[in-house]
Every structure is written in C-alpha cells, then in structure tokens.
Design a binder for this molecule. Sequence first.
Ligand SMILES: *Cc1c(COP(=O)(O)O)cnc(C)c1O
Length: 392
Amino acid sequence: MAFLTEEDRRYTTPEDICAHVGDEYEKFMGAVVPPVFQNSLFVRPKAGGGMPDAGYAYTRMSNPTTDIAERKIAALEGGDGALCFSSGMGAISSAIMHFVRANCHVVLVDTAYGCTLGFIKDYLHQRFNVDYTLVSGESVDEIRAAIRPDTRLIYLESPSSLVFRMQDLDAVAALAREKGIGTVIDNSYATPLYQQPLKHGVDMVCHTASKYLGGHSDIVAGAVAARREIIESIQNYERAWLGSSMDPHQASLLIRGLRTLTVRVPQHAANAEKVAAFLENSPKIRRVFYPGSRTFEQNELFHRYMTRATGLLSFVPAGGWEDAVRFTSRLRCFQNGCSWGGFESLCIPLGQDEAGRAAGRPDNLVRMHVGLENVDTLIADISQALDTLPDA
Ligand SMILES: *Cc1c(COP(=O)(O)O)cnc(C)c1O
C-alpha cells in the first residue's frame, strides 16, 4: 500500500531507502528489480474461495509497482505514506483540492510554479470563487497579515524555481497550526535529500518527479507525502476521482531513477556550485541567484532548512535582452529547454511578464540547469559564450 511497512522503517538513511525500500524477494521470485504490474485489474477472492486477498483491486486506486515508488518517497520525506501521480500538477492540484472548499481563501507565494498559480488564480478562483492573497513569503508577519477567518490553505514553494525565494518553514507551520489552516509545500528544488519540510510541521509535501526524483528526462510524474489521514483521504477522493494516478510502467522508471538519487543530486550540486562560483567572479555577470552561494540573500534560511543547494541557478548577465538571447544561443553543451532535474544541462533566457515583475523577478534573467557532464567542459562552454557579452 502507499504506507510504510515495519520492514521499510528499518531503512533510515537516504542511500539505503533509495536502494532497498520495497525489496520483497520472496514475493517476486527472487527478482532483484520488482516486476512491472502492467495490469488494470486485480481479481478478488470469491465468497468462500481460497485465494488470499492481496488488497489490490484496480490500478487507479493502487498497484504493487507504484506502491514501491510511493514507499521510497514516503521514507525519504519522513511521511507515513506517499502517493504517486501521472504528473507534478496531478499531485499539486490534488494536494490543493484536499484543503480548499468553494468560497474559501488561500494564501500563496507569488513565486510559486506558474501552473500552480494558474490553477488557483485562473481556475479555482474563477469557477469556485476561491479567493487568494499573493505573498512574497519572506516574512511570517506578511503571511500572518494575509490570513482571514476563511483561509484554509497556505501554499509554499521553498526555494522557488526561478530566483529561489525561501520561507521560514517552522514559523509558517506553527502559525498555520495555531489558526487551523493547512500547509502544502512544493519541495521539488531541494529534494528530500536536502530539505524535509514534514519534519518542520508542514502538512503535505508535493513533488514533480519529472525533475530530480525521476532524473533522466524520460517521465512526467508527481508525488505527495504526508501523514496517514491526509494520504488516505487523497487516495480515496482526489486521486481516485480526478484520476491522475501513476501508470505502473512510469512507476518502474521512477523507482529506477530513485535508486541513483543519492549519487546524482550531489553531483548536480557539486557541478552547480562550481558554475555559480565561476559566474560570480565573471565581469560579464551582474547578479547570480543560487541558494548556498555567499551572495544568496536568504542565507540564514538556507542554512536553517537545507543542507545543500542542487543544480538549478539563475543570473542576470550584462547588457540587454538581446545579449541574454545571444549568450544562450552561443552555448554548445547547454540545450534550450525549460525543464530541469535531468542528466542534461539546459539554459533559457526568461522573458519578463506581469506576474514575474509583480513577484520581483529581474528583467533579463537567464536560468541554467547544470547537468552531469564534465564540469570543466561546461565552464569552458559558458566562458566562450560570455565573451560575446559587454562587461557588466
Ligand atoms: C515542473 C514543475 C512542476 C510541474 O510538474 P509536472 O511534472 O511538469 O506536472 C511543479 N513544480 C515545479 C517547481 C516544477 O518545476
């Protein structure tokens, strides 16, 4: 099932969890990799029949392969259980729907992922009269001031994925608990290796597993982790009825990705730390955004909640928009793509929009995902592309 077993709880380090939670050699005929249960249906014992009940009925509700991915994620995040979804947005929309009701109010950070903002502003607000207040999330007083008697949810994303804004998780969770309000966080940037929000009192963690958890740019997937009653409710309502359940084949690719999470993510981090330091020392760069760098504005929050930053960073190059576009098109090792978390390096210039300006995002921001290639090759590539820019 989606919940940790006694056996699973014996694995306490991320390395052992990723490698071995869900191993059931006796059940799977000694197979070292669990089989893909690529079936929609599980037949049920008949009345008076001798077949034991394994507890499965239909893959939209639960599946033995998907269960293994869920138990690994639950163990990594420190939840009682987890649920996998067909996309990150499947997980995020289900998490939000668990807490909201028609005509209620939501407080959310203005740097949240674009589709998350869209789901609340352009869908729940317009169709179900869910009101919302956007906050920068930089101070708990700002969040306290935004709370109303009808507030049901505080939605966090820390760090966010463009300028990496962070929130004080202990303080926000304590405030929400005092007021009887639910809390959800998108933890995709940090991964459970470097930040575990449930341990700070946040009710529910969401992930796009399309990014680091999958890690190979070959699946679109999502997950939520939480305590038992929340997971039971989402399994029986939002995931069962809205139906964005994970496919078992996708689950087996996710399990495969998770097995190497603890070697991949530190390598992304090591490469990105070197790239960030290189960019910070370049006369062609005005400003670098990277949690963990000396110049990161919310250094104190970073050290309180995270043990390391990952592979995504952004920066403001010298010159104007045309220069940013020229820089990214001159790169040879970095492809032009908007996702991140896979093995490959990516870099995109981010055009400004109304929401970005309102959230304090600089014009002319370039976002880079540092992949698993040789870091000296990547830095040489960035260096030759920077030569085309004026000095800052
Ligand atoms: C990509 C992304 C999502 C959405 O995930 P999908 O798997 O594409 O649905 C959510 N949050 C963040 C921070 C993301 O980067």
